[in-house]
Write a protein that binds this ligand. Structure first.
Ligand code: MG
Length: 380
């Protein structure tokens, strides 16, 4: 059954039947492929449910219609699946990586991560992507036979998007790619670009709807100017609110189509025939054409200047900094402030470094509102 589900996939895709397997051996499932099981395990985690109350750009209480870390993740999975299906690579694996890619995010988005990274500076630092792997490997506790989710090697390797060499050595086999300079699988590459397509577009959408970016200002970007003219030719009397929706829709479409065409061309010209060729290829195969890549870089710069550095967003950044660093210093000076069921088994045997990692795990797992309430309790 499993083999028949994946039998028509391209030669350069990854298949469950040739997976390097799981750390703890498990019997095969009757009907589901290994990567399907991975995807489903991720959806059932506590970390996945918490994404609903974690910041993408806007803190959860700022409005009900802005993206949260959860809706961002679902949009990434949707875009990644569309691309994977079209490239005829493994959609289940792609989706599993997409659904897990932000599990390790702290409360308050990148501001929270930066603050926690500073707190952990002398103890190995903190990075959300590495934390996502730590969650699926160790921190989720649901299964009797193993810690974490016991995911397949390919899913774990795909989740680990970046990793310094020093840490890669400590991670064992899953970190080897960074030591040997190998490229990620096509499924992982697709997820990384789908992440970029998703946030660039939904942050524009949220930025305009929050009135931090004007529609007029968007036109300074070539990609939106061209799309807008096309939409106005088709719907000369279109309402402003619908214009934004149409702009986002057509831009996502343009980016996805360009990415698929350019990637297929690149696979063909470079004679990539199997998944080993993908890994040994020195560059990323999944990429935009040079022209669209320029647009995508411009879009990122535009968002950085007009949204991420906006004074209201910066205010949240400063607040997040304060909450995270003060929570950290409170727990660091008295570990017993952490919930007893979280520390009861081994708090006495922990050295300073292990204790601070445990604190970082706890803080990064918080939702925005939990962090705010916890901070209020400790600093009233
Ligand atoms: Mg993301």
């Amino acid at each position: 059954m499993q083999a028949s589900i994946e039998k028509n996939l391209s030669q350069y895709s990854l298949k469950s039947k040739s997976s390097r397997g799981r750390v703890y051996k498990e019997p095969k499932h009757k009907i589901r492929t290994e990567f399907q099981r991975d995807r489903e395990r991720i959806i059932h985690t506590t970390a996945f449910r918490r994404l609903e109350y974690k910041t993408q750009v806007f803190v959860n209480h700022e409005g009900d219609h802005y993206r949260t870390r959860l809706t961002h993740t679902i949009e990434v999975a949707q875009i990644a699946r569309a691309i994977a299906r079209s490239l005829n690579i493994n959609e289940d694996l792609t989706e599993a990586i997409a659904l897990a890619h932000d599990l390790g995010h702290t409360p308050f988005g990148h501001a929270g991560q930066d603050a926690l990274n500073i707190c952990m500076k002398s103890d190995g630092g903190f990075e959300h992507n590495i934390q996502s792997l730590r969650i699926v490997d160790k921190l989720e506790k649901r299964y009797a036979s193993f810690p974490g989710l016991n995911l397949c090697f390919e899913t774990r390797e795909g989740i680990l998007k970046k990793c310094p060499k020093k840490l890669a050595k400590e991670l064992g086999e899953v970190g080897n790619r960074f030591i040997n300079g190998k490229a990620p699988s096509l499924e992982a590459q697709v997820t990384n670009i789908a992440d970029e397509i998703a946030y660039n577009n939904h942050d524009i959408d949220d930025g305009v709807r929050s009135k931090k970016i004007s529609l007029e200002k968007l036109e300074t970007l070539e990609i939106f100017k061209i799309q807008k003219n096309d939409i106005l030719n088709k719907y000369p009397k279109i309402k402003k609110s619908l214009l934004l929706g149409e702009l986002i829709k057509s831009t996502i479409n343009l980016l996805i189509i360009d990415l698929i065409e350019n990637t297929l061309k690149s696979i063909k010209t470079n004679r990539v025939e199997n998944s080993e060729d993908v890994k040994n290829f020195k560059k990323l195969l999944v990429d935009f054409s040079p022209e669209i890549k320029k647009d995508s870089v411009q879009l990122k710069r535009f968002l950085n200047k007009n949204l991420y550095q906006h004074k209201d967003v910066k205010k949240m950044t400063n607040q997040a900094n304060k909450i995270i660093s003060e929570l950290f210093s409170a727990y660091d000076s008295d570990i017993n402030l952490l919930p007893t069921d979280y520390i009861k088994h081994n708090e006495k045997s922990l050295n300073g470094r292990q204790k601070r990692r445990k604190i970082a795990d706890f803080i990064s797992g918080m939702t925005d509102r939990y962090a705010i309430n916890e901070h209020k309790k400790l600093y009233k």
